[in-house]
Design a binder for this molecule. Structure first.
Ligand SMILES: CC(C)(COP(=O)(O)OP(=O)(O)OC[C@H]1O[C@@H](n2cnc3c(N)ncnc32)[C@H](O)[C@@H]1OP(=O)(O)O)[C@@H](O)C(=O)NCCC(=O)NCCS
Length: 179
């Protein structure tokens, strides 16, 4: 099982707690942050409560979801969901708009992927998907050393419209070669 706390150069990744609701609301109550996510818009305090509750109900061994903390404040989240007996993982991430472009999501997600490859020797592949128009997320996947494996046309539906999903992945040997 992944550790419940991971430290990276600038960040602390840890389990969410009920005290994090206000912090989540602050960064999620932002139309730009919501743009490529299947989340309610407008985003209410109750939505933040439901989100935090859902993270607490997740099975940590199958799908750890970390609160990303900068200077003791929760500013985003990063997660991995395992399948096929921990042979495959899929990561997801987000961070407050005021912090975009500082490499923080790449740093946080890199920490989670590294820990996942370390803890699960059978893990061979970590993938991620993003709306093909989400340029920042495409760049994060590239910086994580992932390869663009293809784009699934009209594969996502949210905010009343269909969009293409860009699929990326990194294999264990590629990750280790880059480490
Ligand atoms: C996408 C997101 C996670 C990126 O987080 P971040 O901390 O800014 O990511 P990083 O700083 O590690 O990397 C972002 C990269 O994209 C680039 N980028 C961001 N927006 C861009 C744009 N519109 N055009 C070109 N490049 C862009 C940045 O310059 C940076 O690249 P660089 O390091 O080579 O300069 C963040 O914007 C976010 O939380 N968005 C809302 C939630 C979301 O969309 N999550 C992803 C769902 S798949």
């Amino acid at each position: 099982m992944l550790s419940r706390q991971i430290s990276t150069q600038r960040l602390l990744l840890r389990r969410f707690s009920v005290e994090d609701v206000q912090d989540v609301y602050e960064y999620a109550n932002d139309r730009e942050w919501q743009r490529f996510l299947p989340v309610p818009s407008p985003y209410t305090l109750e939505d933040a409560e439901k989100f935090v509750a859902s993270t607490l109900l997740r099975d940590w061994s199958e799908g750890p979801k970390f609160a990303v903390c900068l200077d003791a404040k929760v500013v985003g989240e990063t997660n991995i969901r395992f399948s096929a007996g921990h042979r495959i993982g899929e990561v997801g991430y987000s961070i407050a708009r005021s912090l975009w472009g500082r490499g923080l999501v790449t740093e946080a997600t890199r920490g989670v992927i590294a820990e996942s490859f370390r803890v699960y020797p059978q893990l061979v592949r970590v993938r991620a998907a993003a709306d093909a128009a989400n340029v920042g997320s495409l760049r994060v996947m590239e910086k994580l050393g992932m390869t663009h494996e293809g784009t699934l046309r009209s594969n996502m539906f949210y905010k009343g419209q269909l969009s293409d999903a860009a699929m990326y992945a990194v294999l264990r040997d590629e990750w280790e070669a880059n480490a």
